[in-house]
Design a protein around this ligand. Structure first.
Ligand SMILES: Cc1cc2nc3c(=O)[nH]c(=O)nc-3n(C[C@H](O)[C@H](O)[C@H](O)COP(=O)(O)O)c2cc1C
Length: 192
């Protein structure tokens, strides 16, 4: 039985009602979200990332600030994200302001990551073309060896980004999926 979110006092309460059951229903990456940004010519751009935390501040994911998304999101400090649950027939979309997490929070999360993930983030020149896959794999091996028995420091350009909701829409299919009938409930802040 789906819980009604129309009486929720906050978007976070509604988000938790949507997201919590997904963790059991979808064991593989229930937290995949599409993050959208806009490039300098106004062209929209989207890609998947993994959501790491949702609090009253907003939706947090980690990435490389020099990546295309990093550059685009911080150019106008606005971003959007979309999440979908096939199993529940639900979707959430968010438009909001972009903010970087503090170094303390980024460091804490960095330490919780596997060594292999730390190596990949450290050698990554995300969104830049590579000379060859072999070269990248060699760099990966060399870097890992050079840090054997030592802590790998978090690269300064690898950190967390919040999308802080200004408008958030909760979508839920209604009745038979094939009818395409659905409910949409919007929480919004005045920002214009
Ligand atoms: C399921 C999935 C999860 C991903 N998670 C992340 C992530 O958490 N952070 C990240 O930077 N890239 C992640 N990626 C890779 C991005 O989709 C993307 O290829 C990369 O970040 C470069 O994007 P950009 O050039 O638009 O900045 C993920 C890809 C997939 C398919």
């Amino acid at each position: 039985m789906t819980k009604d979110i129309s009486n929720c006092k906050s978007w976070l309460e509604a988000w938790n009602i949507y997201y919590e059951p997904e963790k059991e229903m979808e064991p593989e990456d229930p937290n995949a979200i599409c993050v959208s940004s806009v490039d300098e010519s106004g062209m929209p751009n989207g890609r998947f990332v993994l959501l790491k935390e949702v609090t009253e501040i907003g939706f947090l994911f980690y990435t490389n600030l020099d990546s295309q998304k990093g550059l685009e999101l911080f150019t106008n400090k606005k971003g959007a994200l979309t999440w979908w649950s096939r199993k529940q027939g639900k979707s959430v979309r968010v438009q909001g302001e972009v903010e970087q997490v503090s170094d303390i929070i980024a460091d804490q999360y960095w330490k919780s990551r596997s060594v292999d993930a730390q190596v990949s983030a450290s050698i990554s020149r995300q969104s830049q073309p590579l000379a060859s896959r072999e070269q990248m794999e060699q760099e990966w091996d060399d870097f890992k060896k050079s840090y054997e028995g030592k802590d790998i420091p978090r690269p300064a350009n690898w950190t967390g980004i919040y999308i802080k909701p200004l408008k958030i829409e909760f979508w839920q299919h209604h009745g038979e999926y094939t009818t395409r009938l659905h409910d949409r409930i919007v929480f919004s802040k005045k920002w214009r």
